[in-house]
Every structure is written in structure tokens, then in C-alpha cells.
Design a protein around this ligand. Structure first.
Ligand SMILES: [Zn+2]
Ligand SMILES: [Zn+2]
Length: 216
């Protein structure tokens, strides 16, 4: 059986599960695959789902497989919108489907690079990976911490990795949010950034949690 069709069926079942739907018929009707009945048989024979009383559920194996797929897909979406700054949903959907924009080995490094985002651009949860548990942030040169940004440079905030959730809303209220264009005015004694017409001072601890992409 075609792996891509199996993968799509697993993704669909995951989406339905997120909305608390487990009935087989709904799954069948939601699928765009003409041969969904043979896919269902293949899923069952592959030990990926259990079916009883018209209810379809993941087995442990199926859930793990679907989780990996969804994680990859949603991280790819984040990559496209946050880093490549593409906002066209259809382009993103196509791009993310390409087998596979994100290889399995690279998934954790991209997750780390993106700062272990919790949700995709549509607000759906990104399943956690091993890297998120370790929660160590390594960043490649395209995006740097504000604390390492050059004074005088202009950049766009790519993402924020707050160590405290409360901080995020505070930053938000100051206009410091993903997508904001900033200029770093000074580093000492505190970081001062300019957003639009306002200047905001932030301490170095917070500056480490803000990731910027240099704008030219
Ligand atoms: Zn999404
Ligand atoms: Zn992660």
C-alpha cells in the first residue's frame, strides 16, 4: 500500500481525534481518498488502528506514527511562516506536503531552531519531541538572540521563547511580538529597542529570549 496514502489517513485520523471524533463513518466521509476502504483495511492490518463498534482508534504504534507526521507537518508550517515569511496558506500546504520538507532526522534541529514552538500558525498544538523536553536552545546565524544583535541593526522578531509565560503577554503589550520590526539602539546598561515611534528598555535576561532576524 502506498505510504503517502497511509500517511494521509493517519494525519486525518489525528485531526479528527483532536476534535474528539472517533467514528469510523466520519473518518471515511472526511477522507479525500477514493480507495479509503482499502486504506482502512491496510491501517488495520498494519496494526495502526483498532476498529470495533464502528469506532476507529489508534493503536500505540499508529499514534506514534501519526504524531511524528503531524509534528513534522506543523513544524514545517512554522518554518515557512516564521522564517521564510510565506503567508499564503495554499502554498504552505503544498510545500509542507512535499515528501518531506523536513526529514525525520532534522525535525528536532528545526524544532530547536524555531525555539520549540507549541503551536502551528493555525494555532494547532505541535506534538512535543525529545528536544522540547531537553529544552536547550541552539540557534543558527540567520536568527540571533536580541542579546547578540548588533547595536544600530534593524531586525524582525522571529519568535520569542519566554522562560515564563506571563512574560509573553507583557512583551506583547509593549508591541514586542513575532513579526515586529525593531532596531536595537543600545546594549548598556539595559537593552533599548525601537519599535515604530516608541523606545522600550528591556533587561538582558529577556533580550536572550527574543530571536531576531536581521533585516536589510
Ligand atoms: Zn497548521
Ligand atoms: Zn523541540
Amino acid at each position: 500500500m502506498d505510504k503517502e496514502r497511509i500517511d494521509e489517513a493517519l494525519e486525518l485520523l489525528w485531526l479528527l481525534n483532536e476534535e474528539n471524533h472517533h467514528d469510523l463513518n466520519r473518518f471515511r466521509l472526511s477522507s479525500e481518498d477514493d480507495g479509503i476502504d482499502s486504506i482502512i483495511i491496510a491501517l488495520k492490518e498494519g496494526g495502526l488502528v483498532d476498529i470495533s463498534n464502528e469506532i476507529i482508534r489508534f493503536t500505540e504504534k499508529g499514534r506514534t506514527q501519526a504524531k511524528t507526521l503531524i509534528r513534522r507537518l506543523r513544524l514545517a508550517e512554522r518554518l515557512f511562516t516564521d522564517v521564510f515569511e510565506m503567508n499564503d496558506d495554499t502554498v504552505i500546504a503544498d510545500a509542507c506536503k512535499m515528501e518531506h520538507i523536513l526529514s525525520e532526522e532534522l525535525t528536532d534541529s528545526v524544532c530547536t531552531f524555531l525555539g520549540h514552538p507549541q503551536t502551528c500558525p493555525h494555532g494547532k498544538p505541535i506534538p512535543r519531541g525529545e528536544c522540547c523536553k531537553r529544552y536547550k536552545v541552539d540557534v543558527e546565524p540567520v536568527v540571533t538572540r536580541l542579546s547578540e544583535f548588533e547595536v544600530g541593526s534593524k531586525g524582525k522578531i522571529t519568535f520569542i521563547v519566554p522562560t515564563r509565560q506571563s512574560r509573553l503577554s507583557k512583551l506583547n503589550s509593549l508591541g514586542i511580538t513575532a513579526g515586529s520590526v525593531i532596531r536595537l539602539l543600545q546594549r548598556n546598561p539595559s537593552y533599548v529597542i525601537q519599535i515604530d515611534e516608541t523606545t522600550v528598555a528591556i533587561d538582558s535576561e529577556i533580550a536572550k529570549e527574543i530571536y531576531v532576524k536581521k533585516a536589510f
